[in-house]
Design a binder for this molecule. Structure first.
Ligand SMILES: O=C(O)c1ccc[n+]([C@@H]2O[C@H](COP(=O)([O-])O)[C@@H](O)[C@H]2O)c1
Ligand SMILES: Cc1cc2nc[nH]c2cc1C
Length: 354
């Protein structure tokens, strides 16, 4: 019997229903504001979506919460990253000291930032602001064997669920999940291929900076993993265990738990979107609780976004991860809420409607 059969598939509990009445009221309000209907584009749809999620006709973002899940990947042994594995642990130390991009973005936007080490190889040990929740010293090489056992995948999902619960307990009104893990664009690409049926050559890209030969090697590694696994034949959670990573599974668990509790999520880039796709396949309806921060420069991100029918807010050529593209969209989401709340209506301003 597998781990989740013994302990219960908590992710199968349905997501909270979106407040459609409030969503419609917010949509109607947008139509009354002094602008041609639709002229604020995605700033309108973001405010309307948030209204449905927050159950409030004029939503707002007061307490954003960012969690970075970090872990290593056995598949780096196949030469799929431009950087050495040691960078994962080194960046955990950098997160703790406040020197990483996401630390700056969190400070600038007044967001809480938490780091959870779910499986680095070179553990940096006890550090301020870092939770040591290591499941193992990295995953197994997914091109050779299952990346995670069923039990490990269950543990990683539970870490994500626990992180979402901490955000909720602290009164968060928006959740951003970030990741750090050398090699994780290979795991993310494998998952996107398995869930969409797309070919590895269409989904694999440079990640941290592979050259063309490196990208071809990576696509061959992903093809080998899919062949070994018998692509996309089993339940979505088994695909996650086979091809994912601890931080990807933790993100997936966090997204599902947020949707169950009714906490809006802003999804980051390529890896986060692979986790979002896993979440939607494991727990249909989770997608309704997601906004998308940005389009990553990683070419395969478009495939994941399309599978999720997602239109991201920003397209700045970012390809960093850490939750940075989602955090960069936070000021824009706050502007969307302010416009929605504070603009005058046609009636208030005495402006003629078309
Ligand atoms: O978020 C993205 O779109 C993104 C695109 C490329 C790379 N990354 C980051 O780079 C690391 C993985 O890249 P790689 O080349 O080691 O697979 C990992 O720490 C990710 O956070 C992130
Ligand atoms: C330095 C560095 C920082 C990162 N942050 C997220 N992924 C990363 C990958 C590298 C290599």
């Amino acid at each position: 019997m597998t781990g989740w059969m013994m302990t219960g598939a908590w992710w199968k509990a349905p997501p909270k229903a979106i407040d459609q009445g409030m969503r419609e009221a917010a949509f109607a309000r947008q139509g009354q504001l002094t602008k041609p209907p639709g002229s604020l584009g995605r700033l309108e749809t973001a405010a309307v979506d948030l209204a449905g999620m927050q159950g409030c006709v004029t939503p707002g973002i007061e307490r954003p919460w960012i969690v970075i899940f970090a872990a290593d990947h056995g598949v780096v042994a196949a030469g799929v990253s431009a950087f050495p594995q040691s960078v994962t642990g080194e960046m955990i130390r950098n997160f703790s000291r406040g020197g990483a991009a996401i630390c700056v973005l969190a400070r600038e936007s007044g967001a809480q930032l938490e780091v959870v080490d779910v499986g680095s190889v070179e553990s940096p040990g006890e550090l301020p602001g870092v939770r040591d929740a290591r499941i193992a010293a990295g995953t197994a090489d997914l091109s050779q064997t299952a990346a995670m056992t069923a039990e490990q995948c269950q543990q990683a999902l539970a870490q994500g669920r626990a992180a979402a619960a901490r955000a909720l307990d602290a009164g968060a009104d928006l959740f951003i999940g970030g990741e750090m893990g050398i090699g994780n664009t290979t795991a993310a690409a494998a998952l996107i291929c398995a869930y969409t049926g797309l070919a590895p050559a269409l989904v694999c890209g440079p990640g941290t900076g592979l050259d063309a030969a490196g990208v071809s090697r990576k696509a061959a590694v992903v093809a080998q993993a899919l062949k070994r696994q018998g692509a996309a034949t089993g339940p979505a959670v088994l695909t996650l265990a086979q091809l994912g990573g601890f931080e990807i599974a933790a993100l997936c668990g966090a997204y599902i738990a947020c949707a169950q509790a009714g906490l809006p999520v802003v999804v980051d880039g390529f890896i986060a979107s692979a986790a979002a796709l896993a979440a939607e396949r494991m727990a249909p309806g989770t997608r309704a609780w997601m906004l998308f921060g940005h389009a990553s420069a990683e070419p395969g991100h478009a495939a994941a976004l399309s599978a999720l029918q997602a239109q991201p807010l920003l397209d700045l050529g970012l390809r960093l991860g850490e939750g940075s593209g989602a955090a960069a969209a936070l000021p824009l989401l706050r502007l969307a809420c302010a416009l929605h709340r504070d603009m005058a209506t046609f009636a208030e301003a005495g402006v003629s409607q078309g």
